[in-house]
Every structure is written in structure tokens, then in C-alpha cells.
Ligand binder design. Structure first.
Ligand code: NOJ
Ligand code: CA
Length: 692
């Protein structure tokens, strides 16, 4: 790799395989910009670089003082994930910029991989001001055509949206169809969120996101629909300030994953590669797991509640929960939780999540906002010592729930006692949540302050050897490499929306191309009873899925923590299908994406990290499809038995979702299986090597 200094105002590098070429240049005014080509065609056309703060303008008046280049080819082993070994192979160029008076200087570091580009701004200690109030990041991603866009609306607070497949020119119309979430701050106009995906007319796929978001706000993208261009839009605080920075400071990486093969976007590890190596020395306590939970029975209806009582604790002065009248509709009670523990123990499921176990849910209205939830105070009907001992005896882990009602400030104050309480009661993992407007001062969910909060929580959790599954936190950017105790996040519209209007089948054909590039999602698959009226007479919707597809999601939505979201009674109705959930691993040695097209279909094969068993998952959108499963990923030296969980011929997500079949066939490396998938359907396969 050679950095070609054409003159001191223009430099370039290529990717290790030579397919990508990055070019960095300065305008006559000394403003840096870059271009990116793939296989001799422009991907990103001239796009601005730089930052603007109240105190310092880092956008123009610069010259290139020097460049530093290096080539890296190394591998590393994640604690858990889709691969046991990840290759980190890139050519790097750091462009050091200085102004003519030698007052302002900064570096833009570019890493060009075979699968894309990452770059970030590095601000050293300045001669001038060293505390910056950031107003704007001018980074652009400019394109040369009316490409297809797969995106969700720009929002400072939530990402729980369905995906639009649109184009630059049709974006305003697509975004106008979204309802505004209550309390959330939708950005008007044509702002969208990352991760997002583009597809060009000649079949190039481009994922735009960021890596290692730390000490900085999340990035949205302002789209100029006429000029096919996108510009960074940092989530501000309530006063409109993007970030408060102290020098020296490195921004997160801006990332572009690029390929003419959609499967490469899914396989890309670029975002993880741009994150710092694991900071936790002893990771032996970090354990991938499956869990069931006291959750769906509240979520699906209004018959069951997180709250213990209907007496409004909002009435000031009531603090003693034993004086409240139990409402009799509170599933987080000792007897019911024991049933879940029994179920988990019987089926070899590692954990049981219990939501609604602690004081505070009566006050969801927020009358005592400065301390609504207590994380060390179980409700009177939740006998924690008894449950702790019972779970231990049965070899099952209880999973903690911390709904903060978005009182992040109070959560920080309770964190030590909450984590100590967990450890004393044998909990190793917690699901956190931030529903509502962030306290203090109605911060945004993805502003710098909340990014800092999330980092504080994950580090503190690591100190206590606690694993986290966060909901409503800033979108993941690969920090789970650095803190592998961050098992998963929600940060997108999850399976729970099946009880709130539904997710069309295409939704899960989109998430792996976008949201999952930042890290695993707690999507909560495993829904066997898909008719919402089963749970709640008031609801008549039907989940956008067949039963067989729910099994396939364990493969297509990989996560080291996977829920089996349905009620135990529904698994008892379909024990043969539930066998797949019992068998499927959550940690992988290898992954092969066999077929993929965003918003339409995904077929993936994965090798269990702890055995020689392979698994395949295939899903389609609302159209029936025949997946072609080429078993050449299997090692050459054997024959194999494949157990296929598939849609029955007459299955349909809408009116016949529970029609599935289980069949067993012999396969070998040469086998090519034509696997039918129903509309909204899927197939899940377990492949075991024959012993003789
Ligand atoms: C929203 C979360 O996504 C959901 O899973 C949880 O049950 C509720 N908040 C209550 O905390
Ligand atoms: Ca949520």
C-alpha cells in the first residue's frame, strides 16, 4: 500500500484487495474533502470533512502538514459472536492538517478495508482553546445518483420504526407517512438515522453508520434529496449544543460498508474492527444465554400488569407497599415465577427474566419522578430469598430488570446499590430500560449525555461482573467488542411490536442490513401464538410471521442473549417445534451468508461454537420463495442428518401461521436443497454429523 502524495493537497490509499480507492484533497480555501471509488466507479463523490465549534473552526484554512500510513493484517477473537476469529485487515492513512498560522491542527484518520471505509477526527491539544462547544460536524456522504435508500426517520429519542425502502427523490413522501411518537423528537424534513443502507442502480450496496460512539452524540443524516447527498447531524442537547469536548479528543468513526454482493454487507465485521479491543481482562463470567420471561403476558394485554396494585401510589405520602391492595393481576409473583423457573429447568433454558418485580410501577405517571423505581425493593408478593434459592437449586439464573422510566440521573445514583443487590441475590444479567423523556432536563435518548451514561453503566456493570441487555439506549456502534458484557440492545423496533400494530415480515429482512451492523439486538423471537386476540380480546391483529419463521430468526438475528418470548403454555402446545429453540446455540464459530437481498430474504448457515453442529435459517418477506441452500459449507469428510423445521405447503403468515412440518433428510457437502418458504415464512435447520 502506498500513499501517493500528488502534491501536498491531495493524497490517496487503496484497500488491501485494491477494489476501494480513497482520495483526500483540499479545496483552494484549504477545506478537506474525500472521495471513495469501488472497482473504478465512484461510490462517494467529493464530500466535506471537518468540525465547527464556538471556539475553533476546523473546516477550512488548512494545509496537509504530513501523512502517516500503515498496513495492518491481524486477527482477534471475540468473546462471543458470529465468528470465533475476526480478521482486521486495512490500509491506514492519517492526514495531519495545520493552518497557516500554526494555531489550529487536527488529524483525519482513514482506514480502508476490503469491505469499506472508516474515518475519524483526532483533535490534539491546541495552542488555542482546549474546551470546545461543538456546533456542527460537516461530514458529508455525497452520491452520484438517485439511489435506493432503506431508512427510518431521524429522531433524537427513538429508533422503534418500520423501515422505508425509497429513493433520494421520494424520501420526503416516505417520511411523511410516519406517525410521530409521543414524547420523541422527530426531526422534521428529510433527516434519517444510521445505520442506513443505500443501493445503486448497478447493484452496489452501501451501509452508512458509525463505530465506537463514545463521549460524543449519535449521528443522524440530513438528506439533500435533490443533490443526492447526506450530511452529519449530531443529536444536540436541550440547548442545541452538539457536544462539549475537551482536547485531546477522538470522534467516533464514520463508517461506509461497501460491496456489490449484499451478503458481504451482512458478513462485514468493519464496525467491530474499528472498536477498541476488549477492556475486560477476565471474561470467563460473560456467558451467552437463552431466557424466558415474565413479560409477554403483561406486554400483550391489559389483563396483567407490571404494577402490584391499582392503588395509585401517585397519591403523595404512600410509601409502604405492604399497605396497598394487590390487584391480583400481577404475574411477577413468587408462585408464577417458580413456574417459569420450573419450565426453564425442564427445558434447559438458562435464565428467567422477571419484569414488574420491584417498587415503582404504580407511579408510571411520574408524580415522584425524582425517584420512581427502586432497584433493591421487591414487591410484597415477590419473595426474593425464596426465589433466589429455588432458582439456584434448579440450575436457572434469574435475570434482573431495571426500568428506569428514563431517570438516568437517578439510575446513576442507585447503580452501586442496585448492582450489589443483584450480586447478593445471585443475578448476573440485567435488562435495562429508558421509557419516557430523559431525566434530567429532558435530554435526548441519543445525545452526548446519554452516550456517556450508557458507557458509565456498562463500565460499572463490568466492575461487578454483570451483563447488560439495554433497551431504549443509544444505537449500538460495536462497543460490545470493548465491553463484551454488553450482550445486546434493543435500539430498534422489536418483536414486542407484534402486540402493538405488528411488524411486517420484511422488517426482519431489513434489520440485519442496518441496525445489526452496530451489534446484537434483543429482538425477542420465539412467538408461537401469533394471533393477538389469543392474549387480549381487544386485539385482532396477526403477527407478521409463521411459526417456522420464528425459529429461523434465531439464526438471522444472531445475539448472545436470545429470548424465547412466548408463554410456556404456548411452547407446551408445540413441543416438537420448541425443540429447535432448546437446541439452537447463541454463540458461533463461523457464519456463511448464503443468500440475501435487503427487505426481501436472508439465508444463513452457522457453526456452533461448542460442537460440530451446523444450523441454517432462511426467511422471506411477505412473498413465498424458494431458498436454495447449498451445503458446501459442510466439512468434506462426512455425511450429515438435517432436521428441517419448515412451513407446511398451505402456511401463510396471515391466516395459517402455525402450519409447520418437521422432516429429516441426509445431506452432504454437495447437496443443494430447494427449500420452500411460505409468505412471511421461514425455515430452520439443525445439521448433525452422522457418526457412522
Ligand atoms: C420497553 C421495553 O422495550 C420492554 O421490553 C419493556 O417490557 C418495557 N419497556 C417496560 O420496561
Ligand atoms: Ca422499547
Amino acid at each position: 500500500m502506498i500513499a501517493v502524495a500528488l502534491n501536498m493537497a491531495a493524497v490517496s490509499i487503496t484497500s488491501p484487495d485494491g477494489n476501494l480507492v480513497l482520495h483526500v484533497e483540499l479545496t483552494p480555501q484549504g477545506a478537506p474533502y474525500y472521495t471513495l471509488d469501488y472497482k473504478n466507479k465512484p461510490v462517494v463523490t467529493a464530500s466535506a470533512l471537518g468540525l465547527k465549534s464556538e471556539q475553533l473552526d476546523l473546516t477550512n484554512g488548512f494545509r496537509i502538514a504530513s501523512t502517516d500510513t500503515m498496513s495492518v493484517d491481524r486477527t482477534w477473537e471475540p468473546v462471543w459472536g458470529e465468528y470465533s476469529t475476526i480478521r482486521d485487515n486495512f490500509n491506514e492513512m492519517a492526514v495531519n492538517l495545520i493552518d497557516k498560522d500554526h494555531q489550529r491542527e487536527f488529524t483525519i484518520r482513514f482506514r480502508l478495508f476490503n469491505d469499506g471505509l472508516g474515518f475519524r477526527y483526532e483533535l490534539p491539544v491546541q495552542k488555542g482553546p482546549n474546551h470546545l462547544t461543538l456546533k456542527d460536524e460537516v461530514t458529508e456522504f455525497n452520491f452520484n445518483g438517485d439511489h435506493k435508500l432503506y431508512c427510518i426517520p431521524g429522531d433524537y429519542d427513538t429508533d422503534e420504526y418500520l423501515w422505508s425502502e425509497t429513493t433520494f427523490s421520494k424520501l420526503p413522501e416516505a417520511l411523511s407517512n410516519y406517525a410521530r411518537h409521543s414524547e420523541a423528537q422527530r426531526v422534521n424534513g428529510t433527516t434519517i438515522q444510521t445505520p442506513m443502507l443505500l443501493k445503486t442502480d448497478d447493484g452496489l450496496y452501501i451501509n452508512v453508520h458509525e463505530a465506537a460512539l463514545d463521549g460524543y452524540p449519535a449521528m443522524l443524516l440530513d438528506v439533500d434529496t435533490e443533490n443526492y447527498s447526506m450530511k452529519s447531524h449530531l443529536v444536540p442537547d436541550r440547548l442545541g449544543v452538539s457536544a462539549y469536548l475537551q482536547m485531546p479528543f477522538n470522534t467516533p468513526w464514520r463508517t461506509l460498508i461497501v460491496s456489490d454482493d449484499a451478503r458481504d454487507i451482512l458478513a462485514s465485521q468493519l464496525v467491530l474492527n474499528l472498536n477498541e479491543p476488549c477492556k475486560i481482562e477476565d471474561t470467563s463470567w460473560i456467558k451467552p444465554m437463552k431466557f424466558v420471561g415474565v413479560w409477554w403476558e403483561m406486554f400483550t394485554g391489559y389483563q396483567k400488569t407490571w404494577a402490584y396494585s391499582d392503588d395509585g401510589l401517585a397519591k403523595p405520602g404512600i410509601t409502604d407497599y405492604t399497605k396497598l391492595t394487590p390487584n391480583g393481576r400481577h404475574p411477577a409473583n413468587t408462585e408464577n415465577v417458580k413456574k417459569y423457573i420450573d419450565f426453564a429447568a425442564k427445558h434447559g433454558i438458562d435464565g428467567v427474566l422477571v419484569e414488574g418485580w420491584n417498587e415503582g410501577w404504580e407511579d408510571w405517571g411520574g408524580y415522584r419522578k425524582n425517584r420512581q423505581f427502586r432497584f433493591d425493593k421487591p414487591y410484597p408478593d415477590f419473595d426474593l430469598p425464596a426465589l433466589r434459592d429455588y432458582a439456584k437449586e434448579k440450575g436457572v439464573k434469574l435475570i434482573m430488570h431495571h426500568e428506569t422510566a428514563a431517570n438516568a440521573a437517578d439510575y446513576e445514583l442507585q447503580l452501586d446499590s442496585a448492582f450489589r443487590f443483584m450480586k447478593n441475590n445471585n443475578y448476573d444479567a440485567v435488562k435495562t430500560g429508558y421509557v419516557g423523556a430523559i431525566i434530567p432536563r429532558s435530554e435526548h435518548h441519543t445525545s452526548q449525555w446519554m452516550v456517556d451514561h450508557a458507557r458509565h453503566v456498562i463500565e460499572k456493570a463490568a466492575d461487578y461482573q454483570i451483563m447488560i441487555d439495554s433497551h431504549e439506549a443509544p444505537r449500538p456502534t460495536g462497543l460490545c467488542r470493548t465491553y463484551p458484557n454488553w450482550l445486546a440492545q434493543e435500539s430498534a423496533r422489536g418483536g414486542e411490536f407484534e402486540s402493538m400494530g405488528g411488524n411486517p415480515p420484511s422488517h426482519t429482512c431489513m434489520l440485519p442490513f442496518t441496525r445489526l451492523k452496530g451489534g446484537p439486538m434483543d429482538y425477542t423471537p420465539g412467538l408461537f401464538e401469533t394471533k393477538m386476540s389469543y392474549y387480549n380480546e381487544g386485539k385482532d391483529s396477526q403477527a407478521g410471521t409463521t411459526l417456522a419463521r420464528q425459529l429461523a430468526l434465531y439464526l438471522t438475528m444472531p445475539s448472545p442473549i436470545q429470548m424465547a418470548c412466548d408463554l410456556p403454555e404456548n411452547y407446551d402446545r408445540f413441543p416438537d417445534a420448541f425443540q429447535f429453540i432448546k437446541d439452537v446455540p447463541v454463540d458461533w464459530a463461523d457464519s456463511k451468508y448464503l443468500e440475501a437481498e435487503p427487505n426481501q430474504y436472508i439465508t444463513v448457515a452457522r457453526l456452533d461454537k461448542n460442537s460440530d453442529d451446523w444450523y441454517v435459517g432462511a426467511i422471506t418477506d411477505e412473498n413465498a420463495r424458494t431458498a436454495t441452500i447449498d451445503f458446501s459449507f459442510l466439512p468434506k469428510d462426512g455425511t450429515y442428518t438435517a432436521t428441517i423445521y419448515e412451513d407446511a405447503p398451505d402456511a401463510h403468515w396471515k391466516d395459517n401461521p402455525q402450519a409447520y412440518r418437521i422432516r429429516t433428510i441426509k445431506v452432504k457437502p454437495g447437496t443443494k436443497l430447494k427449500q420452500p418458504l411460505a409468505p412471511g415464512g421461514g425455515a430452520a435447520i439443525r445439521i448433525v454429523k452422522n457418526t457412522k
